[in-house]
Design a protein around this ligand. Structure first.
Ligand code: NDP
Length: 369
C-alpha cells in the first residue's frame, strides 16, 4: 500500500465520525434509561459510595438486535465497521484526545469538594493529562470511567462481529476464525453478565481518568484486542484436531481461573464469611482472603486472564507474531500492574499485607513468580 493510500485509509470520513458519535450517544442514552441492577461501588475516602447501573448486557443485546435488523432491512451494512477499520481507529483516537483535554480542563477548574472529584493535580501538565485529575468524573449522571470501559468492550464485540460477517461474505470463514470469535464472545458476554464485578477493580477504584484510561478503554481495547480477527481475514491457518482441543483447554482453564478468582474476591468483599470452595475462607487480618485462588497466588486472576489472552491467539498458529500482540501486551501490563497494586496494598494494609505475602509467596505464577 503506498503512503497516499495509507493516509487516505486513516482519514476519518463523515460516515465514520457519524458512526462513532451514534455509538457513543446510544451508550449514553440507553445506559441511563435501560433498567439494570444498581450496585454500590467501593467506599471513597470521604465515606461516600458511587452507584453503578449494570445494564450493559441489555444494552449489548438491544444494540446487536437493532444493528441486525438494520442489516437485514438493508438500512446499513454489517461489514461497515470492518470496511472502515482504520478510519474508525483514527476517529476514535482523535475523540479520545478531545475527551482527555476536556477532562483535564474541567479537572483543573473543579472546586467540587467530594473526594472523588477533588482535583489531584501534580502541577506537571503531562502527568496530569496522562494519568488524569479526577478519580470519578461524571457527565449528565454517567460515571465516565464505567461508561468508557463499557464502550471499549462492546466496541470490541462489534468489530469482531463485523469482521466475522466479512469473512463469511468473502467465503473464507475458517475454523481459526470460529474459535477466535467463540472465545471472544464468551469472554465479552461474561464481562457484561458480571459487569458489577468491574466496580471493585483497580481501574474503577484506584485509577484517575486521564488519557491513559480513556485511550486504553476506547481505542486500545477494541482495536488491538481484535487484531487476530483482522489477521485471519487475510491469512489461512490449518488446525489439527489436537490443536483445536488444546486451544479449547487453554481457553477454558484460563476462563475458569480468571472468572473464579475475580468472583471469589468480589464475594469475599461482600461477605467475608462466604464459603470458598465449600470451606470457610482463610482470612488474614480480617481483610485479606488467603484461600481459594487467592491462596495459590496473590494475583491468580491475572494468570487466568493471560491464559485466556493466549487462547485468543493460538487459533492463528505460529507463523506470525502479529496475532500475539494482545497476550504480549497483557503480559507486560499485568506484570507492571501487579507491581503497582502490590505497592498500593502494602501501603494500605501494612503488616497484614506482609503476612499475606508470607502465606502466599507467589505473585502471579505459582512456583515460578
Ligand atoms: P484486582 O481485581 O486483582 O484488584 C486488586 C485489588 O484487590 C487490590 O488493590 C485490593 O484492593 C484487592 N485485593 C488484592 N488482594 C486481595 C485479597 N487477597 N483479598 C481481598 N482483596 C484483595 O486487579 P485489577 O483490577 O487489576 O484486575 C481485575 C481483572 O481485570 C483481572 O482479572 C485482570 O486480569 C483484568 N484486567 C484485564 C485487562 C485487559 O486489558 N484485558 C487490563 C487490566 C485488568 P482493596 O483495596 O479493595 O482491598
Amino acid at each position: 500500500m503506498d503512503l497516499t493510500l495509507l493516509l487516505h485509509s486513516f482519514t476519518p470520513s463523515w460516515t465514520s465520525v457519524a458512526m462513532l458519535l451514534g455509538y457513543f450517544t446510544y451508550l449514553a442514552i440507553f445506559g441511563s434509561i435501560l433498567p439494570g441492577k444498581v450496585v454500590p461501588g467501593a467506599t471513597l475516602s470521604d465515606g461516600t459510595r458511587l452507584h453503578y447501573r449494570c445494564n450493559g448486557l441489555l444494552m449489548l443485546f438491544l444494540l446487536v438486535t437493532l444493528l441486525g435488523i438494520g442489516g437485514w432491512m438493508d438500512l446499513l451494512s454489517p461489514t461497515a465497521i470492518a470496511d472502515r477499520g482504520l478510519e474508525l481507529l483514527s476517529a476514535t483516537l482523535v475523540f479520545s484526545v478531545l475527551v482527555t483535554n476536556i477532562l483535564y480542563m474541567v479537572g483543573c477548574k473543579s472546586h467540587d469538594q467530594s473526594s472523588s472529584l477533588r482535583p489531584h493535580t501534580t502541577g506537571n501538565l503531562i502527568e496530569d493529562w496522562w494519568f488524569g485529575i479526577q478519580l470519578n468524573p461524571q457527565f449528565m449522571g454517567l460515571d465516565l470511567k464505567f461508561y468508557f470501559v463499557r464502550a471499549g468492550m462492546l466496541g470490541w464485540l462489534l468489530i469482531n462481529l463485523s469482521v466475522l460477517v466479512k469473512s463469511i461474505q468473502e467465503s473464507n470463514l475458517s475454523q481459526s476464525m470460529i474459535l477466535y470469535q467463540l472465545f471472544c464472545i464468551i469472554y465479552i458476554m461474561d464481562y457484561f453478565i458480571h459487569e458489577e464485578y468491574m466496580t471493585s477493580t483497580w481501574d474503577i477504584i484506584a485509577e484517575r481518568l486521564g488519557f491513559m484510561l480513556v485511550f486504553g478503554d476506547i481505542v486500545w481495547i477494541p482495536f488491538t484486542f481484535s487484531i487476530q480477527g483482522w489477521w485471519l481475514l487475510s491469512n489461512k491457518v490449518e488446525l489439527t484436531i489436537a490443536a483445536i482441543i488444546a486451544n479449547c483447554l487453554v481457553f477454558f482453564m484460563g476462563y475458569l481461573v480468571f472468572r473464579g478468582a475475580n468472583k471469589q474476591k468480589h464475594v469475599f468483599k461482600k461477605n467475608p464469611k462466604a464459603l470458598i470452595w465449600g470451606r470457610p475462607p482463610k482470612v488474614i487480618g480480617g481483610k485479606l482472603l488467603a484461600s481459594g485462588y487467592w491462596g495459590i497466588a496473590r494475583h491468580s486472576n491475572y494468570l487466568g486472564d493471560l491464559l485466556v489472552a493466549l487462547s485468543f491467539s493460538l487459533p492463528c498458529g505460529i507463523s506470525s507474531p502479529v496475532p500475539y500482540f494482545y497476550p504480549t501486551y497483557l503480559f507486560i501490563l499485568l506484570i507492571w500492574r501487579e507491581r503497582r497494586d502490590e505497592t498500593r496494598c502494602a501501603e494500605k494494609y501494612k503488616d497484614i499485607w506482609a503476612e499475606y505475602k508470607k502465606t502466599v509467596p507467589w505473585r502471579i505464577f505459582p512456583y515460578v513468580y
